[in-house]
Design a protein around this ligand. Structure first.
Ligand SMILES: [Zn+2]
Length: 261
């Protein structure tokens, strides 16, 4: 047997080992999801405190509960200067998973940690992942593998203010960061990247002149995407009336009709 033949056989063996390893990995993952499906959520009591969950049809409630279980199982919650309970973790998981409701097996692959602070945080540096920030009080931050949430602000928005939502906002950034770029184009729009980008850019320019939505949206396109994602889920009529093309694109990528919420 000459050397070339030996090399071919060696490469085939390597290929089969790789194949078997991958098959084993896929089966292990499927088994994990099946086991998780059978595990009770124990989260209904907390979820029923939110308006959005109560308005969801039963089928979507079940999908969300499954996604929440997985999120709670896979992400590490790190409380800073406070103690956290199950309610805090469940509510953060709920709003994090809501924009991904149509993607049953999506669970923020790049995200590992969720830091929770009791109050708003003073942020001193200017640039973070391309997002310009001055010295300011922030209620959240998204940095790829970590998300930071100030619980007092998140709680106020969930139960009282109900027009903005820092959790949806920060996790919209996470969807944007999935390809390593910070440009306001979320992972769900990659198949239709150019069209989505064109509509986002046009809506951004229009919104800058009209000032109908929150000023913070005009920091840059990444912030525009994050703020308008909040509007899509919390104030869909405003987005639909003033930015119908953007609303229609969001409806396509999030695959949900927010008017049922
Ligand atoms: Zn932001």
């Amino acid at each position: 047997m000459d050397n070339f033949f030996k090399l071919i056989i060696f490469l085939w063996i390597l290929f089969f080992i790789f194949l078997i390893y991958n098959i084993f990995d896929v089966l292990k993952f499927k088994k994990y999801l099946q086991k998780l499906k059978k595990t009770p959520c124990n989260c209904k009591k907390e979820l029923e405190k939110t308006d959005i969950y109560n308005k969801l049809p039963q089928e979507l409630k079940e999908i969300l509960e499954f996604k929440i279980k997985r999120f709670l199982n896979e992400k590490i919650f790190i409380p800073k200067y406070m103690q956290i309970n199950n309610e805090i973790k469940i509510l953060i998981a709920f709003y994090a998973c809501l924009p991904t409701i149509a993607y049953k097996n999506f669970c923020y692959p790049g995200l590992k940690y969720i830091y929770i602070y009791p109050h708003t945080i003073i942020k001193k540096h200017i640039e973070q992942n391309g997002i310009v920030r001055k010295e300011m009080l922030i209620s959240g931050e998204s940095i790829g593998e970590s998300v930071v949430i100030a619980w007092d602000e998140a709680k106020r928005e969930i139960f009282h203010y109900k027009k903005r939502n820092v959790i949806i906002h920060e996790f919209a950034h996470e969807l944007d960061f999935e390809n390593g770029m910070v440009d306001g184009i979320p992972v769900f729009a990659y198949k239709n990247y150019d069209k989505f980008k064109e509509i986002l850019n046009k809506s951004y320019e229009k919104a800058q002149k009209e000032h109908i939505i929150d000023e913070y949206a005009f920091t840059n396109k990444a912030e525009f995407f994050a703020v308008t994602t909040e509007y899509f889920f919390l104030k869909p009529k405003t987005l639909k009336i003033h930015y119908p093309l953007l609303y229609s694109e969001y409806k396509k990528i999030f695959k949900i009709d927010p008017e049922i919420l």
